[in-house]
Design a protein around this ligand. Sequence first.
Ligand SMILES: [Zn+2]
Ligand SMILES: [Zn+2]
Length: 427
Amino acid sequence: MRHMKDKVEVRFLGGAREVGRSAILMSYRNTRLLLDYGVLVGDGKPELPIHVPPRDIDAIIVTHAHLDHSGAVPFFYISCTPPLYTTSLTKQLSDILIRDLLNLSHYYLPFEVLELVTMLDNTRKVKAEKTVKVKDATITFFRAGHIPGSLSVLVEIGGRYIWYSGDINTIDTRLLTGASLEGLPEVDLAIIESTYALTDHPDRMENERKLIEVLSDVVDGGGLALVPAFSVGRSQEILCILEAHGFEYPVAVDGMARIASKILIQHPKEIRDPELLRRAVKKAHFVTGGKDREKVRKRPGVVVSPAGMLTGGAAAYYMEKVAKNPKDAVILVSYQIPGTPGRRLLDEGRYELKGKPVKVKCRVEWLDFSSHCGRKELHELVKSLKGSPTVVTVHGEAEACKEFAAWIRDEVGFKAMAAKLGEKVVL
Ligand SMILES: [Zn+2]
Ligand SMILES: [Zn+2]
């Protein structure tokens, strides 16, 4: 029997039965680690994970730059300076994404640019396959294959091994090589994302061909095809697909995807085929400002722009025109969180224009170019874990987290649970 104080406690501060504000606190004796501290970006104000006093935290690990993992981290730098471990690329990308978040929602957030700058100053760069020590914890990083710079994390603490998938994709995409878990030992606890736990992804090549077909169709008919996409990852994946298929129509890139693309081509080691990305970025037209944007909006062509779920950004500007025009199209290429305009468009065919939800006239398509494991890949991932870990399912809608946990119990025989917000696992 271990003494009480020797227990390892893992608490789910967010991302529990929801997609957004991922945050996990690990405590053992005097060591406290925070893995991710994101925001939940719905339709209104961003929501933060459960509060933790910043002075209690010894180190923060950020798995990747998406705001649902990194967005609220500057909160810890108001009065403290804990070290933050992440990749050099995630550091650069979080800088631009959190700045953008502050521009849009600073009124709702408990920190400002100054705290972001302090956060960046306290960032220590790590890489996949590298290990760092923080007090009683040894932390090892693995390539997660989700977006450039993304990691999964193994923490050895108090003699227990805990693996957190972060957002993970085990298959290759145009932009990235799939996740690698080579060298992952037997773990006591595995915390695994569940975004697509109930959905199999369609065949990727088939999807690519469909995308090319739809886009060519729309442009041939004199229309504008809007592809709302996350600025980091998905936008560049779409550009790479178009380039790989020799797509000859005009392609414009707008919003934060422009600067993200320029950052990514400076990190060729993080990209599967850096030459393909470089060519794709070179060929695309990067929108230069208001007048240029107006021109792009008027002419037939393709425009790739955030926000991926139509929550704002330049995509919203293009939607004002596209929504009213039967020749145009909007092609959603990612998971749409419930409550977002993108989800409403898919479910009801409606989009809010000047405060009024209107039935859109344009063609609406959803082609899933996910950068997460699908059902099949998640099942394989769990089956590949050595030993008999307890599995906690996170980062999915409630049904997905619960059913995935039930599948793990029934089919694999591991203990499994869909953590609730604030719930603790004690090892
Ligand atoms: Zn992500
Ligand atoms: Zn995420």
